[in-house]
Design a protein around this ligand. Structure first.
Ligand SMILES: NC(=O)c1ccc[n+]([C@@H]2O[C@H](COP(=O)([O-])OP(=O)(O)OC[C@H]3O[C@@H](n4cnc5c(N)ncnc54)[C@H](O)[C@@H]3O)[C@@H](O)[C@H]2O)c1
Length: 438
């Protein structure tokens, strides 16, 4: 194929719908990209989760990122049968890349997807990975699996690309087509093809990385940098609390300098920022380097649930309440504001820590699914907010919470009520309650 592969002809065949794009893994990342491609190309959407496929066939996105109307214009067919995507030519893999309990990358979904695609791969096809991985993973792990299962040779028989996804769930402004897409390929033809395909849907354009490894590294440092910046603010907030200084006021003052990067303290959960740095540190350690700064940041962010609990207990005791008799309401269970995603939510740490002090805890959330919360964390969400809480912890800044005022919190709390405002959304609005923010 080396001499006959033409990125221009391949792309033109996709445009004429003589070739098909298949998206493998239809979650937060895969579905929006599949739908977007479906507006211009013929698309097959494949996922191993049959329940998800059944919902997608009814134009329902279980992740609540894609509206029902958006399905209507897309030329897309959903399937959980790998053989039904065997005729595709351009494969995009967007499967999860989590870590295990020891914070070690769990590459099973990526390996399984590579095996499955390898089993149906044909000469002349192209496979693009979008999952977040450590630099080197595509070439060291994925390509050998594709080669072994297909009996084909990368570069010579098929092309491989890597284009990391940079979407920000819940963000309705920086949507998929408005974020520059980093693209890369295992040779110049692959790079041209991958660029052309993504350029056709990404209004913000593409950035061609010089290699797959550069593109992998670019994605992983975006989230590592964010994780570390938040960790610094979390550490500063712990220090400033001891100094009786308001961290948010400090950030506001420091932020008046042009080159001060404004980040805020908070809980860092989710499947990206709290996970991706471990992919980089895993590889660094494998290469004999101990990444102290990155791991320190991770440790600080992972311990914030426990720190907030300690503050809550201090305030409860200072307010003259008996810890084992108090009732706490935690508002927000998702990993961040305005999403329904509860994966790796640090709110569960908060709940576990509070319960370890025999505190009775209710948790509520306007977007999270109680059934999912039970399955993942072992507690259910409450729908009926009672009026006898001693302490309310607003852990997530959901839009629905922004308009709540002091009267609301007073009405649901006993005397000497404590409001812990993790994100500082009620700052300067609370006069009578005992108030604390990071
Ligand atoms: N969610 C985000 O905000 C975000 C942003 C940027 C990058 N990423 C990265 O994108 C990747 C996907 O993340 P996500 O949030 O979309 O995950 P997700 O869990 O929402 O979706 C992944 C989907 O892949 C399916 N799947 C798993 N193994 C499969 C296989 N072998 N074959 C076919 N389907 C399979 C699952 O059933 C699931 O529906 C990860 O690497 C993640 O780090 C995520």
């Amino acid at each position: 194929m080396a001499n006959t592969f033409s990125p221009q002809h391949f792309f033109s065949d996709l445009q004429k719908k003589q070739k098909t794009i298949a998206v493998v893994g239809l979650g937060y990342v895969g579905l929006p990209i599949a739908i977007e491609f479906g507006y211009q190309f013929k698309v097959l959407g494949y996922d191993i989760n049959s329940e998800r496929i059944a919902k997608l066939r009814c134009n329902e996105d279980p992740s609540h990122e894609v509206a029902t109307e958006s399905f209507h214009q897309a030329d897309i067919y959903f399937t959980d049968n790998i053989h039904e995507i065997a005729d595709a030519s351009f494969y995009i893999i967007a499967v999860p890349t989590p870590v295990d309990h020891h914070k070690v990358p769990n590459l099973s979904p990526l390996k399984n997807a590579s095996k499955n695609i390898g089993s149906i791969l044909k000469a002349g096809d192209c496979v693009v990975y979008e999952s977040t991985v450590y630099p080197g993973c595509t070439e060291e792990i994925c390509i050998p699996i594709l080669e072994e299962t297909s009996n084909l040779k990368a570069g010579k028989d098929f092309k491989v690309g890597y284009s990391p996804e940079r979407i920000n769930p819940g963000d309705k402004i920086n949507t998929i087509t408005r974020i520059t897409k980093v693209v890369s390929g295992n040779d110049i033809d692959a790079l041209h093809l991958v660029s052309d395909v993504y350029k056709s849907i990404i209004v913000a354009g593409v950035h061609q990385a010089s290699s797959i490894k550069v593109a992998e590294a670019a994605k992983i440092i975006e989230n590592t940098q964010r994780d570390l910046n938040i960790a610094l603010m979390n550490e500063l907030s712990i220090i400033f609390d001891r100094m009786n200084i308001d961290t948010l006021e400090v950030i506001e003052a420091a932020g008046t300098k042009w080159n001060f990067a404004k980040f805020y303290p908070g809980l860092v959960g989710g499947h990206c920022i709290g996970v991706d740095p471990y992919y980089l540190t895993y590889k660094a350690i494998e290469l004999g380097y101990e990444p102290e700064v990155i791991l320190s940041g991770r440790r600080i962010n992972d311990e914030m649930g426990s720190y907030i609990t300690k503050k809550a207990i201090q305030l409860i005791i200072r307010a003259g309440k008996y810890v084992s008799k108090v009732k706490v309401l935690v508002m927000g269970a998702t990993f961040k504001e305005n999403v329904s995603d509860i994966r790796n939510s640090k709110v569960s740490d908060l709940v576990k820590e509070l319960e370890s002090f025999s505190v009775k805890v209710d948790v509520t959330d306007p977007l999270a699914d109680s059934k999912e919360v039970v399955e993942e964390y072992g507690f259910a969400l409450v729908n009926n907010i009672e009026n006898d809480y001693d302490c309310v912890i607003v852990a997530v800044g959901h839009e629905a919470y922004l308009q709540l005022d002091e009267t609301y919190f007073k009405n649901i709390m006993n005397e000497n009520g404590i409001l812990i405002d993790v994100k500082g959304i009620y700052k300067n609005k609370i006069k009578d309650l005992i108030y604390w923010t990071l």
